[in-house]
Design a protein. Sequence first.
Length: 229
Amino acid sequence: MYPAVELLTALLFVACFLVFGFSAETVKWLFFTGLIIILTITDVRIRILPDAVNWFGFGLGIALAIRIAPTDPTCMRLVDHFPLFLQNAAITGVACALLGAAAGSLLLLAAATLYKLVRGRDGMGMGDVKMMVMIGAFLGIQGTFLTLLFGTLLGSIIGLLLVLALFVSGWKSRVAARANRRGLGSVSGLRWTISSRYQLPLGTFLGIAALLVVFFNRWLDLQAYRFMR
């Protein structure tokens, strides 16, 4: 895994330069890319999103917003109602970063709470919520919403395909057979139950989605502008 991660990091750093050129904005996205790689790979390997990375990233996102505000049309429409913000670019940048952090974390926390109420068990950890605090500080409200949208969609599609693959491949069939002999249900039904409870790391998909938003946000803004016209 080590050389693969190093290669991925190098390719993403080159992509930052190709998309944003030689600018202060490039430095911001280099830091963000590095943080996302750490969180994504850690979540894949050990299902942990370290607080040390999330909170450091949140603080860094706020600090960078003082000079490089999130490109966030949604936030700008909100701050238009507060002339004080518009008089100071640093205050505007920090406000957009904080609004993005709040929007991402609260939306995900609400989804986690609703899932627990419906299913009776946790569907995600608080690490995912803290990760969205960090992502929101960098991407703002619109970028955060798109990250949640693409991340959950990608996770749902891959999760469904993985569950089907596990079921078809006979994963945990011996466990299901032992449970069947104890009268706990049919083998196929037990195998499906076991396969469907396989947990994927949501943070990994949120990280992938966040990087997609970073590199394709300008294209998305252009499409949205054309649609509004």
